[in-house]
Design a protein around this ligand. Sequence first.
Ligand code: KDG
Length: 324
Amino acid sequence: MKALTMGEMMIQLNPITSGPLRYVSLFEKHVAGSEGNVAIGLSRLGNTVEIITILGEDEFGENILSVLKAENVGTSYVFFDKGHPTGVYFIQRDFPFQEAVEVFYYRSDSAMANIQPDIVDKVDLNSFEVFHTSGITPLLSENCEKAVGRILERVISRRILFSFDTNVRRKLIKSREEVIKSFKVLVENADILFTGLGDLMFITGRNVNDVEDLLSDFKKTFSIKDSSIVVVKMGSRGSICWQGGEVFHQEAIKVKPLDTVGAGDAFDAAFLSFFLEKGDVSFALRRAAFAGAIVTIMRGDYEAFPKREEIEKGLRALENGDLR
Ligand code: KDG
């Protein structure tokens, strides 16, 4: 499969101790960013992938470029901006309550936020089968929203499969209304729509746990195409997928997570790759659940993303308790 993703890649400063960042002194440096994580996951599973992103012409931009190259992600549409920096963010854990995960972004004037929307016209869409982005990208800036809209028009007119993850990031948004307005064209044109319980609650403005109920309200806000596949990720409660009239359930794979940031992206990459390869939702959901779980055992978003053989080996071991 040949896939294209679009989004901001950043440097992540990941603390090796818990607690308020004002007292944390040791961090690991990682490369991260949702659509970059998806691109790396797709590449690890043997797909051909390119990413559209803008990096600052700085040390961190160089760092991200070398990771993309090492991970076999095409860099033809990785552009550099002299005047704006590569985005950076910090993670904070276990404060102000145990298991809390909070992010602090330093990205508001980043190279990606300052994208020139017509730069996406340089992308030759011939031969791409899938385009993936998430709700993070249009909410980075007006320019990002325009750039996503601009490439989406071409993706739709060429009937390239469009995969969208709602990925609501509260620190990037002012209001629920802003999110709904910005997501409309994306959700309504998605062929594969990924979302999560938290995102459904935020978008519908309802604090209930019943996924069917939330989804039916979500569908009052957005008209989802009948042909779309909708996947709801629910963390330790597993995931549910609707395809046509059919519903598929997948239990979560149990792990002892160290760093859950990036798990949703690993899930998306594995689901897309296996679903587009086999056309079998249950098969893809199981592997997505596995990749999403196992990637949390290390700090960083993509490092522990498994290769195909590792997924199969892991799933076999879960079935018969044997890793030899
Ligand atoms: O999905 C993981 C991402 O959220 C993380 O890497 C940072 O892209 C990021 C974002 O915008 O929050």
